[in-house]
Design a protein around this ligand. Structure first.
Ligand SMILES: [Zn+2]
Length: 209
């Protein structure tokens, strides 16, 4: 019979749902499903430091990415440029409230919260500052992950709107370069997170509270 303690030692393949006993892995090792070959768990090497420093790099890029002009617009011989933040304000100004809210949420707020989340988690693991509330924090963080790729989609909409609203010529500016770097740092910071180890550690310490 399987009791609650044993259930925690089981792991399911995310592709085909086969259950396995959780293997004990060392850093750099991974376990694969014998049925479909997909990776069950991967112990990432030095993930805390990798994620921590990528998240710091991302946080440093944050302000330039939001405040530097992302694109320049030439209309009737006149050149104008706008940062991402100014794009949100311009959309509100023109009455595109829904798109302004979506752009703010998915291109600015969600990626920022996510990056701060990675920084907070890795900081806590690096300096052993683990607290029971981090279990629910990590659950919320996990849900947020589903909404991250929308920022690329939102940027596409902004560019398309500029092209639709005015007969303009667009040029790429430094803001878009820093925004892309910000996204790369942010993606790498999340990519390096060993989510399974975070679950395991937090569950073992605070799972019963
Ligand atoms: Zn499988």
């Amino acid at each position: 019979m399987i009791d609650a303690a044993n259930i925690k030692q089981l792991i399911a393949c995310q592709q085909c749902d086969v259950l396995y006993e959780r293997p004990q892995l060392k850093q750099g090792q991974n376990a694969k499903c014998t049925c479909c070959g997909s990776t069950l768990i991967e112990r990432k090497v030095d993930w805390i430091n990798h994620s921590f420093y990528w998240s710091i790099a991302g946080l440093l890029m944050l302000l330039p990415a939001i405040l530097l002009p992302i694109m320049g617009v030439t209309l009737g011989g006149q050149y104008d440029d706008a940062s991402l933040f100014e794009c949100v304000l311009a959309l509100i100004d023109r009455g595109f409230y829904m798109i302004a809210v979506l752009l703010f949420l998915f291109a600015l707020a969600v990626p920022t919260v996510r990056l701060v989340g990675v920084f907070y988690l890795t900081y806590s693991f690096k300096y052993q500052y683990l607290r029971p509330c981090q279990l629910s924090f990590f659950r919320a963080f996990h849900h947020l992950d589903n909404w991250t790729m929308l920022n690329v989609f939102m940027l596409g909409i902004v560019v398309a709107m500029y092209k639709l609203v005015d007969d303009t010529e667009l040029s790429i500016n430094l803001g878009l370069v820093t925004y892309t770097c910000w996204m790369i740092c942010s993606t790498l910071a999340v990519q390096y997170l060993d989510q399974d180890e975070i679950w395991q550690t937090l569950e073992q310490r605070f799972g019963d509270q």
